[in-house]
Design a protein around this ligand. Sequence first.
Ligand code: CA2
Length: 146
Amino acid sequence: MKILVINGPNLNLLGLREKEIYGEDSYNDLIKMIQDYCEQEQIYVEFFQSNHEGAIVDEIQKAYGVFDGIVINPAAYTHTSIAILDALKAVKIPTVEVHISDVQNREEFRKTSYVSLVAVKTIAGEGFAGYQSAIRFLQENFQKNS
Ligand code: CA2
């Protein structure tokens, strides 16, 4: 199974500030945690992080016919990007949306997610562990359908 993990704007700065919301660990720690899990489960995984909406759209388009699942934390684009929603709809790859923080219990504007309109599941408030839960979900889904 092949999974693409996409992280949106500013997530490359994890661990630098707002530690009370996003924790102490860095983006590299996050990648390492996911890599270790995927190695153990024999899942092929690739990572992409960008601060640019169009670059994220390009990466989703390139995933068509290549990946069996997408895990995406679109960060602030969650709440604004119809372009990312449309790209995910177009490629029809099962997608799980992840948020490190509990977006439903923060500012009002974080309660809206365009990506959740296409996501097969949304996981929020589990910290970094949410990415692992997302991969597990895609894995179970993939096994059921193959
Ligand atoms: O909880 C999440 O994972 C978010 O997707 C993170 C986004 C935020 O805009 C969403 O509403 C919820 C923000 C990412 C900012 O990441 C940083 C964290 C710590 C230090 C610097 C950046």
